[in-house]
Design a protein around this ligand. Sequence first.
Ligand code: 5GP
Ligand code: ZN
Length: 115
Amino acid sequence: MMEDCLFCKMVAGDIPCNKVYEDKSVLAFRDIDPKAPTHVLVIPKKHIESINVLKDEEKALMGEVLMAGQKIARDEGIDASGFRTVFNTNAHGGQTVFHIHMHLLGGRQMTWPPG
Ligand code: 5GP
Ligand code: ZN
């Protein structure tokens, strides 16, 4: 656990979150400022800052993040209608929390290109 990391504090249970999924290596919870009817953040419990510093040995873990997203999309009933998954990285990506997370957004039509 990284001190002063908001998402690590959620993993530790020190800060409450609206949990939608948890297993031994992944936690998912609703975004506090949702940008779509479904807006869930899926994170590895392990502190990793961003895609920039992902290591080879974390490939399987990130696969678990994706598979959790698949299950959550199904549970939220947005698998067939569709959804968007986003990893923001650093300034141009719009990253504000430096614990890697996958945004899972659905329940409305998304547009392309993203803003
Ligand atoms: P980023 O901007 O880094 O891609 O995404 C961070 C996300 O975390 C934002 O969508 C923001 O709304 C969400 N967020 C920030 N603080 C909290 C919080 O305390 N609780 C929850 N559930 N989400 C948060
Ligand atoms: Zn963290």
